[in-house]
Design a protein around this ligand. Sequence first.
Ligand SMILES: Nc1nc2c(c(=O)[nH]1)N[C@H]1C(S)=C(S)[C@@H](COP(=O)(O)O)O[C@H]1N2
Ligand SMILES: [Mo]
Length: 210
Amino acid sequence: MVEPEFGLKRPDQVKVAPDQGRGDRVPPGQFLSTKFPVLTYGSAPDIDMATWRIRVFGLVEREVTFTWKEFTELGWTGMTADFHCVTQWSALDNLWEGVTFETLAAAAGPKPEAKFVMAHCFGGYTTNLPLDVCLSEGFLAHKRNGEELGKDHGGPLRLVVPSRYAWKSAKWVNGIELIAEDAPGFWEQRGYNNNADPWQEERFWPELTK
Ligand SMILES: Nc1nc2c(c(=O)[nH]1)N[C@H]1C(S)=C(S)[C@@H](COP(=O)(O)O)O[C@H]1N2
Ligand SMILES: [Mo]
């Protein structure tokens, strides 16, 4: 695998996710975990780096598809962020390494009508997010705390969206689709809350939460 040349030596090279500035860092109903459990529906896909691609498509000025090498050359950086799983564990201060969503999106040029994102993954998983959320804090991560994600945590590349429950942090991401109207992804079609804000405990559809 191509190792991008990037040493996280200067703190100003690392983006800080918006939630990091909060006084209280653990959302209601969550407990702190020092572990990083694996949560996958089904099994982890087998991915061949030689044929790996990521595509940005939909409401864009120019559809783009990158090989792994091309992707690593887009602008390698870091982001520190907390991670909140709907099964109630939170892992704070993760250092993610990869490319910001903003950088990836800029390569394709979102059209003004683009308001939402559908993330697509190897294996067929999908999740939906507002485009403005993705642009401000979305991150395409290859490493966590200095280590490659590995097969179970979404390697070689996963989306990370710190301000939403972790099912929105799509593993094995291979497509970013920009759309005008919101549409539910895999878990959002199956009873998970569309917005998924951990600070509001938006875990499941309101009627299922009560
Ligand atoms: N492609 C894909 N992405 C996924 C999932 C999945 O099943 N498939 N599970 C989601 C859920 S429910 C959670 S909580 C997080 C867990 O990430 P982790 O296994 O790295 O802890 O990944 C999310 N991303
Ligand atoms: Mo989850």
